[in-house]
Design a protein around this ligand. Structure first.
Ligand code: FMN
Length: 372
């Protein structure tokens, strides 16, 4: 039977049924009253594309070069901690999709697969997302490992000076690494397919950071010590491409560009950090104006369909990323669900390009927006 997933929302609904509540809420949830998580999506709905007629759009090109490489599609996989919670083996599935569709896979510092495994699984499509917690030495050791494994793109996330309280996680008693008490046990028992698979594969752990033993890294521990001095230090230390993720201030972005950063990743962490922050897509045009025509800009937060990807590219993003859509897809139907979602997003992009008279994704700009 085919996957029966025709939209990202289909995948979300299916994942909601299949996953323990605690797991679904960890993926789906956001900070505060979760207003921003909803606005991230509605802000895209407020942007309109400009339909055009009588353009020969029989052949359409969706591949795009970015950061010195050609990618199969103009979107990639945003870093997510403990993806394997979405389904055992999720990290392998993401790597397989990254390879199959030639898209980037950003491995989180909080991933359940090692830096080396992921590089081996998907080669140069693997990027690494970096968090600094506690002292500098273990963090720089991690960076040494990332460099030794052959990564050349580092995403340095700066919007988690502290993990924001997420009400659903608090209510469900969610912790990383997982702690299973009576409440969670009942939740798991009600979702036996996930629970048995997880039991067989092993509960996901944090594969790249020490957790309990010497206090090097705890999910909830302060990451607030990072400052401009550290950014300068990291810029000197890391010899390859450095992208800063989680930037919403044009002032910060300009200063990062001046500090030698290679690209800005506009993101509000999918609404998971500051509920009153602006939607990324609202910040994007200001960012493009502040950073100039040529400077690399990535964007995520709230993309749920191909038309939103087209809008983001038209508004000035060079490349977009998504987080939850892939986890929903895996939670809904494993590898098949994931491949289906990537294919349906690509199909939606292509269909939108046909309607607005665009044959090459790289040519999108504000002329493709209505009344802009
Ligand atoms: C379950 C989950 C875990 C995440 N973990 C990380 C992380 O470890 N590092 C990071 O930089 N961003 C993390 N993010 C944020 C994503 O990289 C991305 O910014 C966000 O998901 C984009 O919004 P979207 O889910 O609406 O696409 C996480 C997001 C989710 C949903």
């Amino acid at each position: 039977m085919p996957s029966q997933i025709f939209t990202v929302e289909d995948a979300r609904a299916k994942a909601k049924r299949r996953l323990p509540k605690m797991v679904f809420d960890y993926i789906d949830g956001a900070a505060g009253n979760e207003r921003l998580a909803a606005e991230n999506i509605s802000a895209f709905e407020n942007v309109k594309l400009q339909p055009r007629a009588l353009v020969n759009v029989e052949n359409r090109k969706l591949n795009k070069s970015f950061l010195g490489r050609d990618w199969g599609l103009p979107f990639g996989i945003a870093p997510m901690g403990m993806c394997d919670l979405a389904w055992p083996g999720a990290d392998e599935m993401l790597a397989a999709a990254a390879t199959k569709f030639n898209i980037p896979l950003a491995l989180s510092t909080m991933a359940s697969s090692t830096i080396e495994q992921t590089r081996e699984r998907t080669g140069e499509n693997a990027w690494f997302q970096f968090y600094v917690s506690g002292s500098k030495e273990p963090a720089m050791k991690l960076i040494d490992r990332v460099a030794a494994a052959g990564y050349t793109n580092l995403l340095f996330t700066v919007d988690v000076p502290q993990v924001a309280p997420r009400v659903r996680d608090l209510r469900n008693g969610f912790q990383a690494p997982l702690k299973i008490g009576p409440k969670q046990f009942i939740d798991f028992a009600l979702h036996p397919q996930w629970s048995i698979s997880s039991l067989l594969k092993g509960v996901p752990t944090l594969a790249n950071v020490e957790t309990e033993a010497d206090g090097q890294f705890k999910r909830d521990s302060g990451r607030g010590g990072v400052d401009w001095d550290f950014l300068n230090y990291l810029r000197d230390y890391w010899p390859h491409k450095l992208i800063v993720k989680g930037v919403l201030s044009t002032q910060d972005a300009v200063r990062m560009k001046q500090a030698g950063v290679d690209g800005i990743y506009v993101s509000n962490h999918g609404g998971r950090q500051l509920d009153s922050a602006p939607p990324s897509v609202v910040v994007l045009p200001l960012m493009r104006k502040a950073l100039g025509e040529e400077y690399p800009i990535l964007l995520d937060s709230g993309i749920r369909d191909g038309e939103s990807i087209v809008k983001a590219l038209a508004l000035g993003a060079d490349f977009v990323m998504m987080g939850r859509p892939y986890s929903y897809a895996i939670g809904a139907d494993g590898q098949r669900g994931l491949d289906t979602v990537v294919e349906l997003l690509a199909g939606q992009i292509s269909a939108a390009m046909a309607q607005i008279g665009v044959t090459d994704i790289a040519t999108l700009d504000t002329h493709n927006l209505f009344n802009y």
